[in-house]
Ligand binder design. Structure first.
Ligand code: HXC
Ligand code: NAP
Length: 287
């Protein structure tokens, strides 16, 4: 899909890059020549991913990878990680991908539950964005921030309220800073994915296995997205090829949220052939 050297020499941090979409994207960025940094809370998960992707790179693929354990909720820890990375040279791009989420009735949630998810998603994104943004602005260095949100930032969503609140905040941050920092060479964009099977998301958000088939019915394309499709979109959005895209939230959901929002979208499944025929205009009596 891309020139092999699309991201050659680009230094990119992916938060939450040890698993799921972050890991798949790290792999894709490396294939395209990037020097990738990943962070997360679990040292052993990061180390295993670092080892796996490095071995892949040694066997003919491009790029390099470095892992830094870091909890993005902790502003001081993020500063320290960014300082360490910067000591070897500035980053060119940041992908704020780390997230937390679970299904719950909002009235049952403790304040700690809200703080946990909002701390990872909104504050974590803010910490990493400020740490990189301030350095880029001070050095007049170009930079790209790619945030990962969801489609329910547009609509809100029952039963994932801390996540909906936090991801909507991330989207507001994306659009605000696209304007505030755009004139100084920093692009801000986001990807809003629909469901893409990962252990992290599906173990928390699919209460029963049979929900999977039901979920696919809500998607016009009739299937979930793939980690490869996500990683390719991310590669485009951090690359110079998307240099004029700024402040954009790119939805990648097979048309799911539009189907959910539309008034008549389920009729195709619900009406019989006979009922469609009956709705056709009848010939006028005098014609
Ligand atoms: C209610 C819960 C809860 C649950 C935790 N809490 N799970 N409350 N229902 N299922 C509460 C706890 O009681 C605690 O409250 C507070 O939240 C923090 O919980 P901890 O377990 O101590 O936190 P921690 O170990 O830091 O774990 C954070 C987490 C966890 C968010 C709760 O799920 C996690 O680590 N997630 C990371 C990965 C992830 O979620 N991936 C999915 C991303 S998918 P108190 O009051 O005791 O402090 C996604 C988009 C999907 O985001 C969109 C699909 C279309
Ligand atoms: P995932 O595998 O659970 O990824 C989340 C990552 O965030 C994990 O690697 C986790 O690692 C890291 N993380 C969590 N809390 C952290 C913290 N405090 N500090 C640093 N890292 C932290 O789930 P995923 O499906 O790949 O999700 C990736 C992104 O896509 C998220 O932003 C999610 O909201 C978004 N998304 C996913 C879907 C989907 O269907 N998969 C749909 C829409 C949006 P540790 O636990 O080791 O910290």
């Amino acid at each position: 899909m891309f020139e092999k050297n699309l991201l050659q020499g680009k230094r990119i941090l992916i938060t939450g890059g040890g698993t799921g979409l972050g890991k798949a994207t790290a792999q894709r960025f490396m294939e395209l020549g990037a020097e990738v940094y990943i962070c997360g809370r679990r040292q052993e998960v990061l180390a295993a991913t670092e080892r796996e992707l490095r071995e892949g790179a040694l066997s003919g693929k491009n790029g390099t990878i470095h892992a830094h354990p870091c909890d993005v909720r902790d502003a001081a820890a993020v500063e320290k990680m960014i300082d360490t990375i910067w000591s070897a040279g500035p980053l060119d791009a940041l992908m704020n991908n780390a997230a937390g989420n679970f299904l719950a009735r909002t009235e049952d949630l403790s304040l700690g539950a809200f703080q946990s998810v909002i701390g990872i998603v909104l504050m974590g994104t803010l910490h990493a964005t400020l740490a990189c943004g301030r350095r880029w602005l001070a050095a007049r260095h170009k930079g790209v921030v790619l945030n990962v949100t969801t489609t329910y930032t547009t609509t809100g969503s029952a039963y994932v309220v801390p996540s909906a609140v936090a991801k909507s905040g991330v989207q507001a941050l994306t659009r605000s800073l696209a304007v505030e920092w755009g004139d100084r060479g920093i692009r801000m964009n986001a990807i809003a994915p629909g469901p893409i099977p990962t252990e992290g998301a599906f173990s928390r958000l699919l209460p029963r296995p049979d929900f999977e088939q039901e979920a696919k019915k809500r998607i016009p394309l009739g299937r979930f997205g793939t980690t490869e499709e996500f990683a390719n979109l991310a590669a485009f959005l951090v690359s110079d090829g998307s240099g004029y895209i700024n402040g954009e939230v790119v939805t990648m959901d097979g048309g799911e949220w539009l189907q959910g929002a539309g008034e008549f979208t389920t009729l195709g499944r619900e009406l019989t052939e006979k009922e469609w025929e009956m709705m056709k205009p009848r010939p006028k009596p005098n014609s």
